[in-house]
Ligand binder design. Structure first.
Ligand code: SF4
Length: 192
């Protein structure tokens, strides 16, 4: 089977998922979007209100800011794959350990189908997932944001570049400049 059909099959599977109670709140599963051969793979926490309504990741204010950050790195949404640890609406913007454990299998499979060479976890929950999946110990995000880590995936060598979640800058304006600086630095990595 081609990667294409694997990903579409997985999307359908997630659409019917009731593995945790979050399915009760969802209007649309937010599976992820981007090219199936993307080399850059972004991971957020999970859908908010707008994402739930439209079934797309990172729309609304945080999405707009993410588009701006991608542009600073010389990238556009069309070139990267964007998804999240959780696929159903998080009314309080939080997921329990049990919910994460129930859902992370889908992110595992997305990664294994797409096989990106650069993974960018956005915020602490995604960072924790990446740490466990690729067996890399990270310090707190406040210490390691924007830094590059080498790791080994089942499909080969990868780079992990942890970033603050774009929504963090909307809550705390002081982080805006930090995020912009980190994403500008990313330009030299993605152009290699
Ligand atoms: S959040 Fe994930 S595990 Fe829970 S119902 Fe939705 S798709 Fe299934």
């Amino acid at each position: 089977m081609q990667a294409d059909s694997d990903l579409e099959g997985l999307r359908k599977e997630v659409g019917n998922c009731k593995r945790c109670s979050l399915w009760k709140n969802r209007k649309n599963v937010v599976f992820g979007e981007g090219p199936e051969n993307a080399s850059i793979f972004l991971i957020g926490l999970g859908p908010g209100r707008n994402e739930n309504l439209f079934g797309k990741p990172f729309i609304g204010a945080a999405g707009k800011f993410l588009n701006h950050l991608l542009a600073l790195a010389g990238l556009s949404r069309k070139e990267v794959y964007i998804t999240s640890v959780m696929k159903c609406y998080l009314p309080k913007n939080k997921a329990t350990k049990e919910q994460i454990n129930a859902c992370k299998r889908y992110l595992d499979r997305q990664l294994e189908i797409i096989k990106p060479s650069i993974i960018i976890p956005l915020g602490n929950v995604a960072l924790q997932y990446v740490s466990e999946k690729f067996n890399v110990g990270f310090d707190r995000i406040s210490k390691i944001h924007g830094k590059l880590f080498n790791a080994k995936a089942s499909w080969g060598e990868i780079k992990i570049i942890p970033m603050y979640h774009p929504a963090a800058a909307l809550r705390n304006g002081a982080l805006r400049k930090t995020l912009e600086k980190d994403w500008k630095k990313l330009r030299s990595v993605v152009l290699k």
